[in-house]
Design a protein around this ligand. Structure first.
Ligand code: NDP
Ligand code: 2IT
Length: 447
């Protein structure tokens, strides 16, 4: 079997050798899905996985914009339309200087499996730009977003491809992007999700990824009769996902003791309570400051420059910042300090070495494509409401989110439980996500 996986990866590497993040994401899927395919006659000889690793379409484009001093800049824009076998392409836009074709292809590939797991009819895509929003004025952000959409508009649409937010793209950016799309197309449709509540957005969408990550961890803990009550939790990141993961974990009776950004992490031994979280939200979402300012404000906290939170003892770890932010050594420290559960809010935050360590220690480990799927699932619910021209209440959307996370968890159990009862959620998520897309591709023929 290993020879089959190696041969497959060799073929993928030959075509994408310069894309390390993409190869990392494909390798993880290949290792779990190829052995499964081998047991299913219907997939034999259909080369489905090989078809799935090639984007249906990958677009790059020039994004010129003018800063507040009149200087002209050029960034690169991307949209990877990975797979539309089960629905329109769906997935976020990331604005960050580290954005490359490799990063967006890994994200688009993961998105195909994630969206399949949500139970909703959405294909997978991802896009963004190497633009760095840090330090830019609101006007500069607006001009950049307008320029970005003045090209992207011709490739998307409410039945074609529906982008949303990701790192560096939140409510402010979605507003500017939507405004330009509406103007150019002269139509008001659900072409983007994460919209404002007065113009087609869904309640709970801002909270959904972080809440969903915690709901998924709750589902895992419940299999052993455990819960968040009284647990110590470490969270990385301090953006959208980290903020709402912190809120929900706290509501469920846990104490969250860390948050971070790219300059380091804060440790607050007393816990980040509701008031302190409100300070973080204002700091990050309005003032756009640094997490180190938390330690200046609260004497119970210390700032650890240039470090990640994984050295802090915890029961539950929620990585909510970025890819490969938790390596094998970090995993070793978490396990040594008694961590029993890791639920990924970010996409691919744990390296392959870290995942292997979690599996070896037989602790709960949920890969992002399962545990952070609440964000895109609620985007799917926003699309439904837009199509219906209707609005569900906060409770209705939250109930649906909870139910979807439960169903994703059940799918992981179905395909990921081994003979000793340990659940490999990576295997479970990959196979469950694969089956739905593969069956649609089989039905639709070689296109
Ligand atoms: P935000 O832009 O709101 O926040 C990102 C956070 O991660 C910031 O604290 C940022 O710190 C930190 N971060 C970003 N890049 C790095 C880096 N290279 N090294 C260290 N820290 C970094 O993004 P989101 O919260 O929306 O996204 C976080 C993660 O969750 C991403 O992996 C994203 O793909 C994933 N995700 C997001 C969803 C959503 O709905 N928003 C849905 C599913 C997954 P700094 O300010 O210093 O850059
Ligand atoms: O990684 C992700 O799932 C997202 N950034 C959310 C995508 C979406 O379409 O809501």
């Amino acid at each position: 079997m290993q020879a089959k996986i190696d041969a497959f990866m060799e073929e993928v590497r030959a075509r994408n050798g310069h894309e390390p993040e993409f190869l990392q994401a494909v390798q993880e899927v290949a290792e779990t899905v190829i052995p499964y395919i081998a047991t299913k006659e219907i997939y034999n000889g259909k080369n489905i996985l090989l078809r799935m690793v090639e984007p249906e379409r990958a677009i790059t484009f020039r994004v010129p914009w003018v800063d507040d001093n009149g200087k002209i800049h050029v960034n690169r824009g991307y949209r990877i339309q990975m797979n539309s076998a089960i629905g329109p392409y769906k997935g976020g836009l990331r604005f960050h200087p580290t954005v490359t074709m490799s990063v967006l292809k890994f994200l688009a590939f993961e998105q195909v499996f994630k969206n399949s797991l949500t139970t909703l009819p959405m294909g997978g895509g991802k896009g963004g730009s190497d633009f760095d929003p840090k330090g830019k004025s609101d006007d500069e952000i607006m001009r950049f977003c307008h320029s970005f959409m003045s090209e992207l508009f011709r490739h998307i649409g409410s039945n074609t491809d529906v982008p949303a937010g990701d790192i560096g793209v939140g409510g402010r950016e979605i507003g500017f992007l939507f405004g330009m799309y509406r103007k150019i197309r002269n139509e008001f449709t659900g072409v983007l999700t994460g919209k404002g509540l007065t113009w087609g957005g869904s309640l709970i969408r801002p909270e959904a990824t972080g809440y969903g990550t915690v709901y998924f961890a709750q589902n895992m803990l419940e299999t052993k009769g455990d819960s968040f009550e009284g647990k110590t939790v470490t969270v990385s990141g301090s953006g959208n996902v980290a903020q709402y993961a912190t809120e929900k974990a706290t509501q469920l009776g846990a104490k969250v003791v860390t948050l971070s950004d790219s300059s380091g992490y804060i440790y607050d031994k007393d816990g980040i309570d509701t008031d302190k979280l409100a300070f973080v939200m204002e700091l990050k979402n309005v003032k756009r400051g640094r997490i180190s300012e938390y330690a200046e404000k609260y004497p119970s906290a210390e700032f650890h420059k240039g470090k990640t939170p994984w050295e802090v003892a915890c029961d539950i770890a929620l990585p909510c910042a970025t890819q490969n932010e938790l390596n094998g050594d970090d995993a070793g420290k978490l396990i040594e300090n008694g961590c029993i559960c890791v639920s990924e809010g970010a996409n691919m935050p744990s390296t392959p070495e870290a995942i292997a360590a979690f599996h070896k220690a037989k602790i709960f480990f949920a890969p992002g494509k399962a545990s952070n799927a609440g964000g895109v699932a609620t985007s799917g619910l926003e699309m439904t409401q837009n199509s219906l021209r209707y609005k569900w209440t906060r409770q209705e959307v939250d109930d649906k989110l909870m139910q979807i996370m439960k169903e994703i968890h059940s799918s992981c159990l179905e395909y990921g439980t081994d003979e000793n009862g340990y659940v490999d959620y990576v295997k479970g998520a990959n196979i469950a996500g694969f089956v739905k897309v593969a069956d649609a591709m089989l039905a639709q023929g070689v296109v």
